[in-house]
Design a binder for this molecule. Structure first.
Ligand SMILES: Cc1cc2nc3c(=O)[nH]c(=O)nc-3n(C[C@H](O)[C@H](O)[C@H](O)COP(=O)(O)OP(=O)(O)OC[C@H]3O[C@@H](n4cnc5c(N)ncnc54)[C@H](O)[C@@H]3O)c2cc1C
Ligand code: FES
Length: 278
């Protein structure tokens, strides 16, 4: 298990990307050095009593002694965070939770398939960087990224993924870019058209629950291992309050207890898709 730190971090930059999205960069030595793709931080956005609870954000990108979160303004806490200025200080706990398993470095691996819905791009970009870092000359690995967004203006990180050498496929609800429809339609098209041998792969997904459920069904149908990162409302973020539990298949299932509960913050947010009961 990775180490967790509570730090008062200096904001280095807070960049508005559009009306609804921003990227915030924190100075930290320890969080970027220890974070794994898929882990998150709990941010106390204000020193005042409100909002009382910390808010979870995935680690989006790490630099030398810095890390970024990529955020959507949806309510009070994200609005307050979006208004931070360079030099402000924010209390942050992290890195938290279990990250993605990057898989072996061996040559005999198909492409890595990343499926992002909405803000799911935030942790998946960091994962893509980690997978790309692990490429070796004799284990050249293709990374295919499927991004789904409401509209072209909500499409984030397409260029960043491409710069990393990923192949990017896009779907938007309104058809303003890429396929008109759901990102899982795009994924299904790809899996249907790709021969078995090339498909030998792993799927990593982060996004809204209906999308993750569909990714899980597809991974089962095509017999591909999939890891999914769940988002639940969180209170403590450290496994103490049981406010974020999800139903999973019990490991030693009996007829009386075919299921169990796991905490998204502590046992996740990354789970094996086959584990979750939808
Ligand atoms: C592990 C994890 C990682 C996350 N990573 C990111 C990230 O990288 N970037 C990002 O923008 N957001 C991320 N989120 C979601 C983010 O935490 C919420 O958007 C934020 O807490 C909202 O706070 P708020 O006060 O602005 O809005 P609130 O007033 O608390 O909520 C506004 C609306 O958003 C919904 N909402 C709030 N939190 C969640 C949640 N956890 N899951 C589903 N719906 C929610 C509420 O139901 C409400 O409709 C993550 C959540 C989790 C659990
Ligand atoms: S948020 Fe408290 S146990 Fe997960």
């Amino acid at each position: 298990m990775s180490r967790v730190f509570q730090e008062r971090l200096k904001v280095i930059a807070c960049t508005k990307l559009s009306e609804s999205y921003f990227r915030i960069t924190f100075a930290s030595r320890r969080i970027p050095a220890h974070a794994l793709g898929g882990q998150f931080v709990q941010v106390k956005v204000s020193d005042s009593a409100q909002p009382l609870l910390r808010r979870p954000f995935g680690v989006h990108r790490v630099g030398k002694n810095t890390f970024d979160c990529l955020c959507e303004i949806v309510g009070e806490a994200t609005r307050i965070l979006s208004e931070k200025k360079p030099g402000d200080f924010v209390d942050v706990i992290g890195p938290l939770g279990n990250g993605f398993d990057y898989g072996p470095r061996t040559k005999d691996q198909g492409p890595r398939i990343l499926v992002a819905g909405g803000m799911g791009v935030a942790p998946l970009f960091f994962l893509a960087e980690k997978i790309a870092e692990r490429r070796t000359p004799n284990a050249e690995r293709k990374i295919i990224v499927f991004i789904g967004a409401k509209s072209k203006k909500d499409l984030l990180c397409e260029k960043d993924f491409k710069q990393l050498g990923c192949e990017v496929k896009v779907a938007t609800d309104d058809g303003s870019k890429g396929l008109r429809g759901r990102v899982t339609d795009l994924l299904e098209q790809y899996l249907r058209r790709t021969p078995n041998a090339e498909r030998r792969s792993r799927i990593y997904a982060c996004g809204p629950k209906p999308m993750l459920k569909q990714v899980s069904l597809l991974s089962k149908h095509y017999n591909l291992p999939a890891q999914i990162s769940l988002e639940e409302h969180m209170a403590c973020g450290i496994g103490a309050c049981l406010g974020c539990v999800v139903k999973v298949r019990a490991q030693n299932a009996s007829r009386r207890t075919p299921f169990a509960y796991k905490r998204v913050c502590k046992d996740g947010p990354v789970f094996s898709a086959s584990e979750i009961i939808w």
